[in-house]
Design a binder for this molecule. Structure first.
Ligand SMILES: Cc1cc2nc3c(=O)[nH]c(=O)nc-3n(C[C@H](O)[C@H](O)[C@H](O)COP(=O)(O)OP(=O)(O)OC[C@H]3O[C@@H](n4cnc5c(N)ncnc54)[C@H](O)[C@@H]3O)c2cc1C
Length: 511
């Protein structure tokens, strides 16, 4: 991430010591939610650890960047979980700073707002008479002459909503996020996400009312309320870092792991920022590809080749500071217009007023889904800020002239990609790593799992408990185990519900 223009927000003095460094029993790679959860749980269990972080800030993807007192997320981060142990941990770390927020997010298209998730009746009402007529005609056509086979996202949605509604409400945003045409995305993804929603049921519900059950079905995928630290998600991880330090752990910033020394049967030490750290146990939350490429001696060629097949999608935020407030009431807005490249806009003052230092101003986070090396990723910061100003004005969401400053945060490997190669590649890497039982993989890129914080944290909690004497399979976390500790337990039902709230990832048709 290039955040050189941004000031680090870590408030705790971090330990950066010269070689030789004392050996900690546990060495943790990455100070995102997973790494810091592991360190925190270990500290509570009386085990000291050292956490090595490449960047100058903790929190990973869930960090909060600061720029001239303005605070913003790397994509707004809601805190919600079905796992009580995770929620308990949030409240333990920040007992007095979690705000309960109601979610407000809508779709913006052609100068108008639409409900999200989509309510077809609301959508039709908002489109105006002529467009509504076109949509209804296109819907009728699709019902009379559905396209077969129905293997891809575009066909699946068009058959249920008509091609016109598909183009307006599904195509543009999906293609912005994933960077692949909807005709190349498997239909299964649509079926999972749009359970029970069809134009016919929506119109029927609008006319004769929704039954409680139907309402329950429709909102299944929604989280209407969430918790949010008053200074953004980074506050959680900054405070966790302080608590870890108070209990004897150490978090070292600017310490990218570059070499992982191993011998048959175990990892021996890790080199980060020019310093060697030995330990008994190792926990990684860094990207699997980087982990494997750092192994010394190098693993067998097939393992290296497998790790290199793991791919990622990147992400950048253009934060704009504007004069004026009350631009729109949403936490965030999905941008469905194809005339602009931004995919979403966050309004950070609506997440927490304390994200904005001057109450006469606003801070918007314009989100661009991109790939390292593409035109957006490579554009200089000042061009991106100019682009952001132009796009926000063009959409009419704010006046470009009110923008008085801006900053850019790039985030590599924001999304692990599930393509045709990833599953076999991951299996191959995991098989090799079985020979290193003192190394546990946790977290999002650490396990190549497109997840929310709670899932990352749960895998890290279980990794810590394994070191404290447990026997948990982190890869089976969603499937078939219950977890007990000090009277607290994580039940199968909680895990099932957590799984239902994790984001779903599209796969390509030919995979
Ligand atoms: C746009 C966006 C929006 C999101 N919204 C939400 C949300 O609303 N709610 C939610 O719960 N989750 C959300 N998430 C997901 C959440 O951010 C992740 O689940 C979580 O941050 C994963 O934590 P982690 O510790 O596994 O990984 P990360 O957050 O990726 O942390 C990994 C850490 O390892 C460090 N690292 C990497 N390589 C090295 C190395 N070689 N040496 C040392 N350190 C290294 C990184 O710098 C980073 O700090 C969102 C994610 C994105 C991208």
């Amino acid at each position: 991430m290039d955040n050189s223009s941004l000031s680090p927000i870590l408030t705790v003095p971090v330990t950066i010591r010269d070689f030789p460094m004392p050996s900690y029993p546990v060495v943790i790679m990455g100070a995102g939610p997973a790494g810091l959860t592991a360190a925190y749980e270990l500290a509570k269990g009386g085990v000291a650890s050292i956490t090595l972080e490449a960047e100058n800030i903790v929190g990973g993807l869930a960090q909060t960047a600061t720029y001239k007192g303005y605070r913003f997320d790397i994509g707004g981060h809601r805190f919600f979980t079905k796992v009580s142990a995770v929620e308990q941990l949030w409240k333990e770390i920040l007992p007095n700073d979690m705000l309960a927020r109601s979610r407000m997010s809508r779709i913006f298209y052609n100068g108008k707002f639409f409900a999200y998730p989509l309510k077809p009746f609301n959508a039709l009402m908002g489109l105006g008479l002529i467009e509504t007529f076109r949509c209804v005609a296109s819907y009728g056509w699709a019902r009379l002459f559905p396209r077969k086979p129905e293997n891809d996202f575009a066909t699946w949605i068009s058959n249920r909503f008509g091609n016109r509604l598909f183009s307006i409400f599904f195509k543009t945003y999906t293609e912005k996020v994933w960077g692949i045409p909807c005709s190349e995305i498997q239909a299964e993804w649509a079926a999972q996400r749009i359970k029970g929603l069809s134009l016919f049921t929506a119109v029927k519900n609008a006319l004769i009312g929704e039954t409680a059950k139907r309402k329950d079905d429709v909102v299944k995928t929604l989280i209407d309320e969430f918790l949010y630290p008053r200074l953004g998600p980074g506050m959680m991880w900054e405070r966790a870092t302080e608590l870890i330090a108070e209990r004897g752990g150490s978090v070292v910033l600017n310490a990218p792991v570059t070499r992982i020394n191993w011998e048959v049967g175990r990892v021996v030490s890790v080199e980060a920022g020019g310093t060697l750290h030995s330990g008994e146990h190792f926990i990684s939350s860094i990207a699997i590809r980087d982990l494997i490429e750092s192994l010394s001696p190098a693993p067998p060629e097939n393992v290296l080749a497998a790790a290199r097949k793991l791919k990622y999608r990147d992400f950048l935020t253009v934060a704009l500071m504007l004069r004026g407030t009350n631009l729109f009431p949403d936490n965030w807005i999905y941008i469905h217009d194809s005339s602009v490249a931004m995919g979403r806009v966050q309004n950070f003052g609506n997440w927490s007023p304390e994200m904005v230092p001057d109450p006469e101003t606003s801070c918007l986070g314009l989100e661009y889904f991109c790939t390292e090396g593409d035109d957006i990723w490579d554009a200089p910061d000042h061009e991106l800020v100019e682009r952001g100003k132009r796009e926000i004005g063009q959409l009419g969401l704010a006046n470009s002239d009110d923008v008085f400053d801006g900053a850019v945060v790039r985030m590599k490997k924001a999304y692990p990609v599930y393509d045709g190669a990833y599953s076999a590649a991951l299996a191959e890497v995991r098989e090799f790593l079985n020979c290193l039982p003192n190394l546990q993989l946790t977290g999002r890129n650490g396990m190549h799992r497109y997840n929310n914080q709670d899932h990352s944290m749960l895998t890290a909690m279980l990794a810590a408990r394994n070191i404290l004497g447990g026997h948990y399979d982190l890869w089976q976390v969603n499937v078939d185990q219950e977890y007990h500790e000090e009277g607290k337990q994580i039940t199968l039902e909680e895990i099932r519900q957590m799984e239902a709230t994790q984001p779903r990832v599209p796969r390509r048709v030919d995979e």
